[in-house]
Design a binder for this molecule. Structure first.
Ligand SMILES: Cc1ncc2c(c1O)COC2=O
Ligand SMILES: [Zn+2]
Ligand SMILES: [Zn+2]
Ligand SMILES: [Zn+2]
Length: 268
């Protein structure tokens, strides 16, 4: 069987103060960090995990995050670099519904969509401190309507083509592609473990650990629903790393990202 390939789709960058990236630790000051999505090109199909941010949404709602995104860093642009179009994606999984992970969902009306069973209701009725994170609601007509923000929906979006199948606990998306339930950042957050025939596994923390410093020191990001669960999720990922000898990739780590394979380069 052909081996699995993992592509990181560079989605541009944003800025946050260091105390948001490393909660209670800092240092403060502006930190520009990467945003990317993950394409798993597997013999069983093409799986996309997350879809980055929508530039116009961030400009309008979170301009202080100073979005920088070229055409090639939009989801359609990044797929085009690989000779793919959005219609080639079979399954779209959102690790969680923060705006920097759902911005390109609108390009996938026909893909099978999956999320944790608690993440959807949480986005529909979130805590006051989660309103910014859950601010781009165009991924779900139900959620947008529940939050009184139907104006975010595009013309072609319907309840049917923004419907999610709900999962819970750890789930094998395909042989060797496992979604790991890692709550804390959000109620329904997931990380991803990908195993290969010919190389060590990849463990993608996604927002369970923004950077190596978060991960090594059990430091939550400033955005979390449950910091104790967040620490436990990081500790669980470190156990899995040890057990599988996985290479760990972080979601928003400016230093590490410099060495990650992006564009046409892939893991596998
Ligand atoms: C990158 C980023 N910016 C703002 C927020 C989040 C982010 O990941 C999560 O909740 C927020 O308010
Ligand atoms: Zn194989
Ligand atoms: Zn997040
Ligand atoms: Zn994020």
């Amino acid at each position: 069987m052909a081996d699995t390939k993992v592509f990181l789709l560079d989605g541009g960058s944003l800025v946050l103060d260091g105390f948001h990236i490393w909660w209670n630790k800092g240092p403060g000051g502006e930190v520009r960090f990467p945003v990317y999505s993950v394409l798993v090109d597997h013999p069983k199909g093409k799986f996309l995990i997350d879809t980055g941010y929508d530039f116009d949404h961030v400009q309008k709602v979170l301009p202080f995050e100073k979005p920088q995104q070229t055409k090639e860093q939009t989801i359609p642009g990044a797929l085009k670099l690989l000779g793919l179009e959005p219609k080639d994606i079979d399954v779209l999984f959102n690790s969680h519904f923060h705006f920097d992970h759902v911005g390109g969902n609108k390009f996938f009306p026909d893909a099978k969509k999956l999320c944790h069973k608690d993440e959807l209701p949480q986005a529909a009725k979130c805590q006051p401190f989660e309103v910014l994170g859950y601010s781009d609601l165009a991924f779900s007509t139900d959620v947008a309507e529940a939050r009184g923000m139907s104006d975010q929906l595009g013309a072609g979006q319907t309840a049917a083509n923004t419907k999610f199948e709900l999962i819970e606990g750890d789930v094998e998306l395909a042989p060797g592609v496992t979604l790991l339930y890692t709550p804390g950042h959000t109620v329904g957050h997931y990380s991803l473990l990908v195993e290969f025939d010919t190389r060590r596994p990849l463990l993608l923390t996604l927002d369970a650990a923004y950077t190596r410093k978060n991960y090594d020191n059990d430091i939550n990001a400033g955005f979390h629903i449950d910091p104790v669960a967040g620490v436990n999720s990081m500790r669980r990922l470190k156990e899995i790393e040890k057990k599988t000898n996985a290479e760990v990739l972080f979601s928003h780590d400016p230093e590490s990202f410099k060495d990650y394979k992006t564009g046409v380069n892939f893991y596998g």
